[in-house]
Design a binder for this molecule. Structure first.
Ligand SMILES: *[C@@H]1O[C@H](CO)[C@@H](O)[C@H](O)[C@H]1NC(C)=O
Ligand SMILES: *[C@@H]1O[C@H](CO)[C@@H](O)[C@H](O)[C@H]1NC(C)=O
Ligand SMILES: *[C@@H]1O[C@H](CO)[C@@H](O)[C@H](O)[C@H]1NC(C)=O
Ligand SMILES: *[C@@H]1O[C@H](CO)[C@@H](O)[C@H](O)[C@H]1NC(C)=O
Length: 218
C-alpha cells in the first residue's frame, strides 16, 4: 500500500513536472505586464515608489465624470489594442489602466482626463517604436522619465464618488511629510470590470517637490 502510494506520488510529480515544462511557453501570454518599481519610502497609509521609464499610449478626454471619461478613453485604446494601428498588431492587456486627472483653475467646464495603456518595454526604445495608432483614434504616445510616485491603495470600483476622496486622503497623508497640497492626480486600476471583488486600485501623485530629499530624480 505504501509502495503504491509512493508510486502514485512519483507519477504525479513526474506528470506535473511535464505539465510545468509544457506550460513554460504559453505562460507569458497570461502574465499581465506592469511597470517595474522600487519602494523607497513606506508608511502605513501610503508609499513612495521609484519607477523606471514608462511609455503609455494615451487618450485625452474632456469631461465632467471620471468614470465616463475613463470609459470613453479606454474604448479608443481598446480599438488600438485590437488592431486599429498601422501594423494591425494585437496587444495583450497590461496593468494598470491609468487615468490622469488634470484640473485647471481657469476652466469652469470640467477636467481633462488622460486615459493610459501601459506599453510593454519592448516598444520603449527608438529602434522599435510601437505601431502607430489609427489617426481617427487620436491617441498619443507619452514617455515618462524615471520618477517617484506617491501611492495610496483602495479597493472596490474606482468611481466618481470615491476618487476625489482617495486623492484627498493621499494629499493629507503626504502633507504630514512633505509640504504642498495642490496636485494633479492619477487613478490606477489593475482589474478588468468583470471582477467585482478583490479589486486593486491606487491614487498616484507625482512631482512632489520634497521627494528629492528621498533621493528621487528631479
Ligand atoms: C455618464 O454617462 C451616463 C450614460 O451615458 C449618463 O447617464 C451620466 O449622466 C453620465 N455622468 C456624468 C457625470 O456625466
Ligand atoms: C510596423 O510596420 C512598419 C512598416 O511595415 C515596420 O517598418 C515596423 O517595424 C512595424 N512596427 C512594428 C512595431 O511591428
Ligand atoms: C496640472 O497639470 C497641468 C497640465 O500639465 C498643469 O498646467 C498644472 O499646473 C498642474 N497643476 C498642479 C497643481 O500641479
Ligand atoms: C487585481 O489585480 C491585482 C494586481 O495585479 C491582483 O493582485 C489581484 O489578484 C487582481 N484581483 C482579481 C480579482 O483578479
Amino acid at each position: 500500500m505504501e509502495r503504491l502510494f509512493a508510486l502514485i506520488v512519483t507519477l504525479t510529480t513526474a506528470l506535473s513536472y511535464v505539465n510545468v515544462k509544457c506550460l513554460v511557453l504559453p505562460v507569458p501570454a497570461y502574465t499581465i505586464e506592469s511597470p517595474q518599481f522600487k519602494v523607497i519610502h513606506l508608511e502605513s497609509d501610503f508609499e513612495i515608489r521609484l519607477y523606471k521609464e514608462i511609455s503609455w499610449m494615451s487618450a485625452l478626454v474632456h469631461g465632467t465624470s471620471f468614470r465616463n471619461s475613463t470609459k470613453d478613453g479606454f474604448h479608443r485604446l481598446y480599438q488600438y489594442l485590437h488592431g486599429a494601428n498601422l501594423n494591425s498588431t494585437q496587444f495583450f492587456m497590461t496593468a494598470p489602466v491609468l487615468t490622469s486627472v488634470i484640473t485647471s483653475s481657469t476652466s469652469t467646464h470640467g477636467s481633462a482626463y488622460i486615459v493610459r495603456y501601459y506599453m510593454h518595454p519592448k516598444y520603449d526604445d527608438k529602434t522599435s517604436p510601437p505601431p502607430q495608432p489609427a489617426a481617427e483614434l487620436n491617441l498619443q504616445l507619452d514617455k515618462w522619465k524615471s520618477r517617484c510616485i506617491a501611492v495610496r491603495k483602495f479597493g472596490g470600483f474606482a468611481a466618481d464618488d470615491n476618487v476625489e476622496r482617495e486623492r484627498d486622503g493621499l494629499v493629507s497623508s503626504l502633507g504630514k511629510h512633505f509640504p504642498g497640497n495642490k496636485y494633479n492626480y492619477s487613478i490606477a486600476q489593475y482589474n478588468s470590470s468583470k471582477h467585482p471583488t478583490g479589486r486593486v486600485n491606487e491614487v498616484w501623485i507625482m512631482d512632489v517637490s520634497g521627494f528629492t530629499t528621498e533621493g528621487c530624480p528631479v
